[in-house]
Ligand binder design. Structure first.
Ligand SMILES: [Zn+2]
Length: 161
């Protein structure tokens, strides 16, 4: 249907077939430099710094450390879709959440990273694992993200646990 231009790797996990995709589509792979491991040393684009980075006018890459030291997410602006990797997802009960169980760097950093997403215009959450989710509107987006942050921080009703 026109090929594949980019392969966006949100972080170091679950990337084992990236070379097969590169070979099949001759695409450009993207990962943050701090997430590069032996198997991804030959990735074409290694992001540096804290971003954000723009790929054309419709794609923005946002630095969201926490699950891993340099996790990033990708905002597809014209579709209002955020590819969230392992940063946030939706639970079986259909609630947005910040995964603490599989965190391999800093839950505190992961929770803080949600703030960068609040001003972003997206309705879809498309995670690497878990369920996808669609907010009703941007107000629902912000309310749900704040609730997920509060749960991750162990804060309810303004009090810390
Ligand atoms: Zn991961």
């Amino acid at each position: 249907m026109g090929g594949v231009k980019y392969m966006f790797l949100t972080h170091k996990d679950d990337v084992c077939d990236h070379k097969k995709w590169k070979k099949r589509f001759n695409l450009t792979r993207i990962i943050h430099k701090m997430e590069v491991q032996r198997d991804t040393e030959d990735v074409e684009v290694k992001l540096e710094g804290l971003g954000p980075w723009n790929l054309g006018s419709d794609i923005e890459v946002i630095f969201t450390p926490g699950h891993s030291p340099a996790h990033v997410v990708l905002l597809l602006k014209d579709r209002q879709a955020l590819f969230t990797g392992d940063h946030i997802g939706a639970s079986m009960t259909n609630e947005i959440f910040i995964d603490q169980v599989h965190n391999c760097y800093s839950i505190e950093e992961q929770a803080k990273s949600y703030e960068l997403l609040l001003p972003k215009d997206f309705l879809w959450v498309l995670p690497g694992h878990w369920r996808r989710y669609k907010f009703q509107d941007l107000e629902d987006n912000n309310t749900s993200l704040r609730k997920a942050d509060a749960v991750a921080r162990g804060v309810t009703n303004g009090q810390s646990n």
